[in-house]
Design a protein around this ligand. Structure first.
Ligand SMILES: Nc1ncnc2c1ncn2[C@@H]1O[C@H](COP(=O)(O)OP(=O)(O)OP(=O)(O)O)[C@@H](O)[C@H]1O
Ligand SMILES: [Mg+2]
Length: 273
């Protein structure tokens, strides 16, 4: 069964008439993780923002986006606001941008959770504390009292994952959530995303440039180029027998990079496993 069905998505700039995504259709299976890969400017972020219906000014979309039997494109902005966070959750590249710099991290969490669930302060603190424990954030109270700039990028991403653990959305949309992190934090955050899916049973869209991460986390892969989906299949099939020339190029350039890295650092290529 599919939790999300995107049909004939078109995205364009209303001011210039430029079409960024001409006609895109894909599905996300219940409980599965779909990775979106492709070069810079291929339309990965626009696809994510279309599902959230959160575009920059002047950007328009058409087509159907059905999440758990509800066509999101038919909802009013007010109805959509109830869905964001609670049913579909977005985690972006720069954790800092998700937070207002002038408020303590806990204030964001409290506002979001009391708005969606009407929980008391104590209930929110108790639930966030438990969720932060499970993403290995030590001293949850200190973290909630911190301002965003006092926390590292990896910690902020884990706060977002902890929030998603409490919100239990149907789908988590992660747009390059590890790109801005150092290698060790990247590894930890990817593991927390895997835990999030295991614990809540949520589905996931995971945008990444890192094919090693894609291999680790995704069941299916969608390859985009110039606003079009050029390939869509099981992760294993894409890596072992890509049909499209562009996908083969992506996989082979990653292999070359790994081979180079292995030569200087030792070890075996991630892509081979
Ligand atoms: N607000 C906007 N107005 C006009 N064009 C836009 C807007 N946002 C994105 N685009 C264009 O749409 C195309 C797709 O952009 P998008 O941000 O989805 O790419 P991406 O695949 O996420 O790239 P990256 O890997 O760099 O994040 C690009 O050509 C971009 O210039
Ligand atoms: Mg992007």
């Amino acid at each position: 069964m599919n939790v999300l069905t995107v049909s004939n998505l078109k995205v364009w700039d209303n001011r210039t008439g430029k079409v960024m995504i001409p006609n895109s259709s894909f599905q996300v299976k219940q409980g599965s993780c779909l990775a979106i890969v492709g070069e810079s400017g291929s339309g990965k972020s626009l696809t994510c923002r279309s599902i959230m219906r959160l575009h920059n000014e002047g950007v328009r979309q058409s087509g159907d986006i059905v999440l758990s039997q509800v066509n999101l494109t038919k909802l009013s902005e007010k109805e959509m606001r109830k869905k964001r966070g609670k049913q579909l959750c977005m985690i972006v590249q720069n954790g800092m941008r998700a937070f207002d710099p002038s408020c303590a991290v806990g204030a964001h969490l409290k506002e979001t959770l009391s708005w969606h669930f009407g929980w008391s302060r104590d209930e929110i603190t108790a639930r966030m504390k438990k969720a932060m424990d499970s993403v290995m954030l030590k001293d949850p109270i200190a973290i909630m009292n911190s301002f965003p700039y006092q926390l590292s990028g990896g910690m902020l991403q884990r706060v977002m994952i902890a929030l998603a653990l409490v919100l239990e959305p149907d789908i988590v949309i992660a747009d390059e959530p590890t790109t801005a992190l150092d290698t060790i934090s990247q590894f930890e955050v990817v593991e927390q995303f895997i835990q999030l899916r295991a614990q809540t049973g949520c589905s996931m869209i995971f945008v990444s440039h890192d094919l090693g991460i894609v291999k680790r986390i995704a069941d299916d892969v969608l390859v985009m180029k110039d606003g079009n989906i050029v390939e869509h299949g099981r992760t294993h099939d894409i890596f072992s027998a890509a049909r499209h020339e562009y996908t083969r190029y992506l996989v082979s350039s990653k292999l070359k990079l790994n081979q180079h890295f292995n030569k200087i650092m030792g070890g075996d290529s991630l892509v081979h496993h």
